[in-house]
Design a protein around this ligand. Structure first.
Ligand SMILES: *[C@@H]1O[C@H](CO)[C@@H](O)[C@H](O)[C@H]1NC(C)=O
Ligand SMILES: *[C@@H]1O[C@H](CO)[C@@H](O)[C@H](O)[C@H]1NC(C)=O
Ligand SMILES: *[C@@H]1O[C@H](CO)[C@@H](O)[C@H](O)[C@H]1NC(C)=O
Ligand SMILES: *[C@@H]1O[C@H](CO)[C@@H](O)[C@H](O)[C@H]1NC(C)=O
Length: 500
């Protein structure tokens, strides 16, 4: 049973981790830490970066107007793929990853289908997953079809951040209003235009008035609403932001309650927690981050308590598995041992073939003695990796250390990702200290804890698994393979407590 539940909870855990991992936060009136990632499949093109900047800068002003001086984009990271050339202006990502980016710039699934969209499977009012733009759209090549990119960015942003829906409805483009007139589904009804059937056959196109279907009392299937190019109506962005005069979202006053659209601009927390600004906002600030090779340090506990229950051996098995099977070619790997003090056993070396992997294996600890100071281990690893942004520490310990509180702040402030793997039942204390979760006790079977630490969201997971009756090393290997396949820069601290 224990085994089964352990597996189940692990699945749940990773599913949870996948949603809502955006780093964006609203600080006063500015959205900070937006991540726009360029797909590795997009060929190198420095111009594209400039076009992304232009799009967001225009969007920021438009958003500010549309929300009555409430919101703007304050700072944005553009994530550049590893296969683009290095450049002195590019920094290393800390927690930003392609997987959890707010906006993806990627080729269309079908060539020529450049329609921008937001992946939104959630209920109205809930944040969506990400916005998708194609490189050609960002380059301005598809503006005739989909309108200018700055405005469209705001339309998609409303889907992503506030979970609002479109005010057009392709399934029900028309409805029968109380006035007995047939109206196009739109917001607001002040948007003027004409209803026409526009059909092309071979080389000739015809435009004609729409006929009414006597059964449905609505216009025939091919009838479309064409808004007037020149008009004065200001709402709404979720209907058609490409009309020049449109500068507003639908609100309680101009909302078209009759129309069968899903739109419902309901107060998101963002709205309730902010007041309009007096001065115009500064333009967004951009950081360019290029995904690069992994920098990783194994931090291994060789304290006296590791000699019981075969722990040292198990830890070495795990480290061996990791070094031989998991870590990618090209990564830089170093090793630290610690008991009450820490020693650097291997400087960072770049894995090119099995020879580097084997060299690291020779540095695994063979004897367990001394006290435990997890912080010393972490500090040595920081020294080794120069606390490089996005570098990782894989910490294997039995966690029998009550002094971890000392370095919690240093860990939080660094851009380093720590994978914390605890062996043995006594790790609770260390884990709780490390994760700063007070008064939480871990239940017998399994549970996970997700915890937000102020600015940078650190997800802490604790899983307690009983598996007295199962072959330890097999299960251990399984868990490790799961842990180490966590995508790079996924900013998770993973705590696994194994009860032997
Ligand atoms: C955005 O601004 C905040 C607050 O000034 C800062 O902490 C953060 O590092 C900035 N992020 C980027 C990507 O510049
Ligand atoms: C009118 O609408 C009904 C129901 O959608 C459809 O079955 C019918 O074919 C339509 N009639 C015409 C003339 O298009
Ligand atoms: C938001 O929607 C809910 C449910 O539809 C409604 O009860 C609430 O009054 C709305 N809030 C605002 C500010 O319109
Ligand atoms: C790493 O490179 C070596 C030699 O080039 C190759 O044999 C091996 O399969 C690669 N390993 C991985 C995990 O890609």
């Amino acid at each position: 049973m224990g085994l089964f539940r352990g597996f189940v909870s692990l699945l749940v855990l990773f599913l949870i981790e996948r949603s809502n991992m955006s780093l964006v936060r609203l600080n006063d009136n500015g959205y900070e830490d937006l991540v726009i990632a360029i797909d590795p499949g997009v060929p190198e093109d420095g111009q594209l970066i400039e076009q992304i900047k232009d799009m967001v800068t225009t969007a920021s002003t438009y958003l500010f107007e549309a929300t009555e001086k409430r919101f703007f984009f304050k700072n944005v990271s553009i994530l550049i793929p590893k296969n683009w050339k290095e450049n002195l202006n590019y920094k290393r990502p800390k927690h930003e990853s392609y997987e959890y980016a707010d906006v993806r710039i990627a080729a269309p699934a079908l060539p020529g289908r450049d329609e921008p969209y937001t992946r939104q499977f959630t209920d109205c009012g809930e944040k969506a997953e990400y916005i998708h733009f194609t490189p050609d759209y960002v380059r301005g090549k598809k503006q005739n079809e989909y309108g200018p990119s700055g405005r469209l960015f705001v339309h998609e942003w409303a889907h992503l951040r506030w979970g609002v829906f479109d005010e057009y409805n392709e399934d029900q483009p028309f409805y029968s209003a109380k006035s007995k007139k047939i109206e196009a589904t739109r917001c607001s009804t002040g948007i003027s235009g004409i209803n026409r059937v526009y059909k092309c056959q071979a080389d000739s196109c015809v435009i004609r008035s729409c006929r009414t279907n006597s059964t449905t009392k609505l216009y025939e299937k091919d009838c479309q609403f064409f808004p007037d190019k020149v008009q004065a109506e200001k709402a709404s962005i979720m209907f058609m932001q490409s009309i020049d005069s449109v500068f507003e979202f639908c609100n309680a006053e101009n909302h078209n309650h009759e129309a069968p659209s899903l739109q419902n601009i309901n107060s998101s927390e963002d709205f309730t927690n902010t007041t309009p600004m007096a001065a115009p906002p500064p333009p967004p600030v951009f950081s360019l981050l290029r995904i690069s090779e992994r920098i990783l340090c194994l931090v291994l506990d060789k304290s006296g308590s590791m000699s019981s229950f075969n722990r040292l051996n198990r830890m070495n098995q795990a480290a061996q598995y990791f070094l031989l099977q998991t870590v990618e070619n090209g990564s830089w790997v170093g090793m630290v041992h610690f008991d009450s003090v820490a020693t650097i056993k291997s400087e960072l070396i770049q894995i090119k073939s099995d020879s580097e992997r084997n060299k690291l294996l020779e540095s695994l600890p063979t004897q367990a003695y001394g006290g435990t100071s997890i912080c010393s281990g972490i500090e040595a690893a920081f020294q080794l990796t120069s606390q490089m942004d996005g570098s990782e520490i894989v910490l294997l310990t039995d966690g029998e250390d009550v002094t971890t509180g000392r370095c919690i702040d240093t860990v939080k402030q660094s851009g380093v990702i720590i994978h914390f793997i605890a062996l043995g039942p006594s790790a609770d204390e260390g884990v709780i200290q490390m994760s700063n979760i007070k008064g939480e006790t871990l239940s017998i079977y399994s549970r996970y804890l997700i915890y937000f630490h102020g600015h940078c969201k650190i997800y802490l997971h604790s899983i307690v698994v009983h598996f007295w009756t199962y072959p330890h090393s097999l299960l251990f290997t399984y868990f490790l393979s799961v842990i180490f396949s966590i995508p790079q820069y996924s900013f998770s601290l993973v705590f696994l407590i194994f009860y032997f």
